[in-house]
Every structure is written in structure tokens, then in C-alpha cells.
Design a protein around this ligand. Structure first.
Ligand SMILES: [Zn+2]
Length: 395
């Protein structure tokens, strides 16, 4: 049951019904294309005349096109409807402390152009460069009409000021990204925590059955973020900051976290933690210099280096603890892991599974899977996509 907020509600009008039906039809066409109007009507459980009227409107707005006729054993051949994925472009930005990726994607999540720039510690200087690169990317594709910019961030957005706040691994404070980007491009800008963006990309992908409505994404990078879709809805909480499992303290007086607390889960399960483990293990064994970064540890592990493998196993142990906490607290269908560490999935999977098994209170455990490539960028694009394809109202 979704509780109705009697201080902030919206009553249904004829337009409400029309908007909901339109979204259902558009989603069905996108999912089952090429598809006939009759098939859409059957799947939507709507009158054929209703579906035809919506389809005409979608054709006029170039959301869908009509294509070749379908094959039926006998009788009139229906005209098939195709989703027009190239109707518009979306700019996706994945901002991380070390580097920032920018993509131009179409409405079918096909990446048309992609580039990477270094993230500057100086926010003001960086935003100027970012705006310039985004403008150039848009200008170099004059045949594509961009309809928005989605930004996945390693932090939280203050819902009142729309500024980036609480980004401990980035070190920026109260930064306004929206106005400079809108000013430079004229496009609307969606800002969202990276883990939330990732879970939206995942729940909207074809990988999961329609019945999957409880999905958690864990982003593992310089920090550990958690995005949650429960009962089919993104969970934000009162503050809009729900999901900060990375800053749950699991060890009193543990290592200092960038958030200012000691012993946060993030300080044990992030890429940064694995680099620390490597240094500790290597110095204890009087072996090897400290690696320049997490990527080197991954590469060394892939080549069988014992110190690198042990560092990643220790990190995986704490990821297992994180997953066990989420499993016991939220009972999701699927937990999807997003991050470079999934490159060594074969190695870390048994470590994670063993910890989750040992620490879970339920017999039924969620599926734990690694995400596909570029999930954070897909998440940034999904922030704009959901304007058209997400459910319109929450019931
Ligand atoms: Zn912390």
C-alpha cells in the first residue's frame, strides 16, 4: 500500500488517465517493437481506438514511426510501429573525483560519442572546462536535437539550493552545477547521486524480469554508494540522502573516513581501502612498492600477484558485510555491483558469497551480480530518460 499524503496529493483528471495510458503505450512500443497497434492494445488492456489515438499523437511527435507490415497467416497485414530511438539525444555525465566521462546517447541508450576529462580539484575551473566540452560535443552533432543533461555525482544534492553538498571524496562544497550547464547549453539538467542513477538505469534495463521491483545498486569506487528501488520506487527518505550505507560505522575508532567519522564501512570496502590494504600487506611481506592506483592492483591480481589478490579479497570481505547488511535490512530481489572491482568477479565472488551466507538471517538471499559496462554513464542518461518513461505518479 502507498499511503496518500493528504497535505500534498493530486486527484485524477481525464488528463491523468491520458498521461498514464500514453506512458504505458510508449513503454510497450519501446519494449516490444516492431509491434502492431492490436498487440499493444492487447498488452495494455486498452481499447484499440484508444491505442490508435495515442499512437497517432506519438507519430506526430516523432516518438514512434510506422514501418513494414507484419506477417499474419491470413487477412489484412497490420502496420508495425517502431520506437524512434534517434528522435533525440541526451548528454550523460559521470563525475568522479579522478576523472569525468561525458557521453552523447540516443533514446535507446546507444552511445554515439564519448570522452573523458580529468576532474579538477578546483570546482570553478572544472565547471568552465566541463561546460566547454559539453557544448563542443553537442555542436559536433548538429543533426541531433539534445533534450537534456543528466549528471551522476559522488555526493548529494541539496533539494532546496540544488547545489552539490556532501561529496566527501570530491572535496567540493555547495557547488552549483545546474545553472552553469543550463546557461551554457540551454538544456535542462538533472543532478543525482551516482548510486541512485545506477539503480534507475538497472531497473529500466532489459536484464531483469518485469516482476523485479526490489533492486539495490552498490557503487564501489573511491567511496561506496547505495541506490535502492523498493516496491518499484526509488527510495530517498526525508532528507533525500537515504542509502548512505557507506558511512555506517562498523568499527569504533577505525580508519578515518573522508566524511570525518572513523570506521565507516566505506573505509573498508572502497577502492581506496584496497590501496591501503596493499600497502599494509606489501610492507609486512617486505615486497613491492605501493601501487600508483586501484587499476594497478586489479592488473596485478589478474596476473596472479599474491599481494594484490589478498588486498582485493580483504576488500571483498567487507563488500560481503555491506551486502549482508542490505540483505537483512531490505530483502531485495537483486543486488547489482557497479565498479572496476567487478573485473575480478571470478576471484571476489566466492569471498562475497561466503560472508553473505554466514551473516544473512534469511534463507532466501538476493541474486548478487556485477553490472554491465558504463553503468554510471547509463545512469546519468537514465535521469533524463525517466522524464518520459518512468511512472508518472506514485500510488
Ligand atoms: Zn564516512
Amino acid at each position: 500500500m502507498h499511503k496518500i499524503d493528504l497535505n500534498n496529493f493530486q486527484v485524477a483528471t481525464t488528463r491523468t488517465a491520458r498521461d498514464i495510458n500514453r506512458r504505458v503505450v510508449l513503454n510497450l512500443i519501446r519494449k516490444h517493437q516492431p509491434v502492431s497497434r492490436a498487440e499493444v492494445a492487447r498488452r495494455a488492456r486498452l481499447q484499440r481506438s484508444t491505442v490508435s489515438a495515442i499512437t497517432e499523437q506519438l507519430i506526430a511527435e516523432r516518438w514512434v514511426t510506422t514501418g513494414a507490415s507484419g506477417d499474419l497467416p491470413r487477412g489484412r497485414k497490420p502496420t508495425l510501429i517502431h520506437f524512434n530511438g534517434s528522435r533525440a539525444g541526451i548528454i550523460g555525465i559521470d563525475l568522479r573525483p579522478s576523472e569525468t566521462k561525458i557521453v552523447l546517447a540516443d533514446l535507446e541508450m546507444r552511445f554515439l560519442a564519448q570522452e573523458t576529462i580529468a576532474t579538477d580539484r578546483d570546482a570553478g575551473r572544472f565547471i568552465l572546462v566541463l561546460c566547454d566540452r559539453v557544448c563542443r560535443l553537442i555542436k559536433s552533432h548538429p543533426h541531433i536535437t539534445c533534450e537534456g543533461i543528466g549528471v551522476a555525482l559522488p555526493g548529494r544534492i541539496d533539494p532546496c539550493s540544488n547545489r552539490l553538498v556532501f561529496a566527501p571524496n570530491l572535496g567540493w562544497e555547495a557547488v552549483d552545477l545546474r545553472n552553469p550547464l543550463t546557461g551554457a547549453t540551454g538544456l535542462s539538467v538533472e543532478l543525482e547521486n551516482a548510486a541512485n542513477a545506477c539503480v534507475l538505469a538497472e531497473i529500466g534495463s532489459e536484464v531483469y524480469p518485469e516482476s523485479c521491483r526490489n533492486l539495490v545498486a552498490i557503487t564501489i569506487s573511491e567511496g561506496v554508494g547505495v541506490g535502492m528501488v523498493l516496491n518499484g520506487q526509488l527510495v530517498r527518505g526525508t532528507t533525500g540522502w537515504a542509502g548512505e550505507f557507506g558511512h555506517i560505522v562498523i568499527q569504533e575508532n577505525g580508519p578515518l573516513c573522508n566524511c570525518g567519522q572513523r570506521g565507516c564501512l566505506e573505509a573498508f570496502a572502497s577502492n581506496t581501502a584496497a590501496i591501503r590494504y596493499f600497502r599494509e600487506i606489501a610492507s609486512k611481506r617486505n615486497a613491492g612498492a605501493a601501487p600508483p592506483g586501484f587499476d594497478s592492483i586489479l592488473r596485478m591480481a589478474e596476473e596472479g600477484d599474491r599481494n594484490a589478490c589478498d588486498s582485493l579479497n580483504r576488500m571483498a570481505h567487507y563488500l560481503g558485510i555491506c551486502i549482508a547488511i542490505i540483505t537483512s535490512g531490505l530483502s531485495p530481489d537483486v543486488i547489482v555491483l557497479v565498479g572496476e572491482v567487478t573485473r575480478v568477479w571470478k576471484q571476489i565472488r566466492p569471498v562475497i558469497n561466503a560472508v553473505v551466507k554466514e551473516r544473512s538471517v534469511f534463507n532466501a538471499r538476493p541474486r548478487i551480480i556485477p553490472a554491465g559496462p558504463e553503468t554510471r554513464l547509463r545512469g546519468a542518461v537514465a535521469l533524463v530518460m525517466q522524464r518520459h518513461f518512468g511512472a508518472l505518479y506514485s500510488f
